[in-house]
Design a protein around this ligand. Structure first.
Ligand SMILES: [Zn+2]
Length: 262
């Protein structure tokens, strides 16, 4: 049996048995893992109240070679992430972020970039950055880290830099230049959208979000197009849609309708 310690972001927390919980977590050094927290459901457990999605913790765990599920020995909360769980919208957002990581992160495979991304996004949201642009930032980066979206925006067929327009073909995962995409259908995106995508590469999530807000109505079309683009790329790459995506969209629509009616 080996003992490991690392800083971790908690992802999904579930029930394992009568008294125990199971929690998945992301570390820079060991990627995503699942651990059993014995006795965590009991009232006076040392884990009581501490197993919360997107909390940053210092974890110590035991692991055996033949088991996927590790056993959590100690947990110290470094950053509770409490502000991310205050409303229904917050909780949906947590579920959306954690589901992405669960799907994209490999188990037991180091993932420092993904860890840094999630930490920076959690920080930005806690500091009050606007949710929607931060989500676009997160979605674009997780596709980059997953190797789906290139770091440079150029056409994979002819290497031309994508500047004014690009096309996501109906059956592809890569943006092509209009010449290479000619004759086929697809989602055509404009300069504004490509520019936003470039910004996500260079900027922090907070800075990206404040830039989008400052852009106001002028950037609204490009932002909506970016959302659609990232959604289509992700869906094609995974071959399915994330469960939390439908829930978050539907609920936010309803909440907005209620607010407008009030
Ligand atoms: Zn091309």
């Amino acid at each position: 049996m080996r003992v490991h310690s690392a800083d971790a972001l908690l992802l999904e927390v579930g029930d394992l048995s009568d008294g125990d919980r199971v929690v998945s977590f992301l570390t820079a050094e060991h990627g995503r893992r699942r651990g059993a927290a014995r006795g965590a459901k009991r009232k006076y457990s040392r884990f009581s109240g501490q197993l919360q999605p997107l909390a940053t913790v210092r974890l110590t765990w035991f692991e055996k070679d033949d088991r996927d599920l590790v056993r959590i020995r100690d947990l110290e909360v470094l950053h509770s992430g409490e502000r991310l769980r205050r409303s229904l919208e917050d909780l949906l957002l947590c579920a959306y972020l954690t589901e992405h990581v669960s799907v994209f992160a490999q188990e037991n495979d180091p993932g420092p970039e993904l860890f840094r991304l999630l930490r920076s996004v959690v920080d930005a949201l806690e500091e009050g950055a606007a949710r929607e642009p931060v989500l676009r930032y997160f979605e674009s980066w997780i596709l980059r880290i997953g190797g789906v979206l290139g770091y440079e925006l150029d056409c994979p067929l002819c290497s031309r830099v994508l500047e004014d327009r690009a096309v996501l073909p109906d059956s592809g995962e890569s943006l092509l230049c209009p010449e290479c995409a000619a004759g086929g259908g697809g989602l055509v995106v404009g300069q504004g959208t490509l520019d936003l995508l470039r910004r996500t590469r260079r900027q922090s999530p907070s800075r990206f979000a404040s830039g989008v807000l400052a852009g106001g109505a002028e950037l609204a079309g490009a932002t909506a197009q970016l959302e659609e683009l990232l959604l289509q790329i992700r869906r094609r790459f995974l071959g399915f849609e994330l469960k939390s995506h439908g829930v978050i969209r539907e609920t936010l629509r309803r909440l907005q309708a209620v607010e407008k009616g009030a």
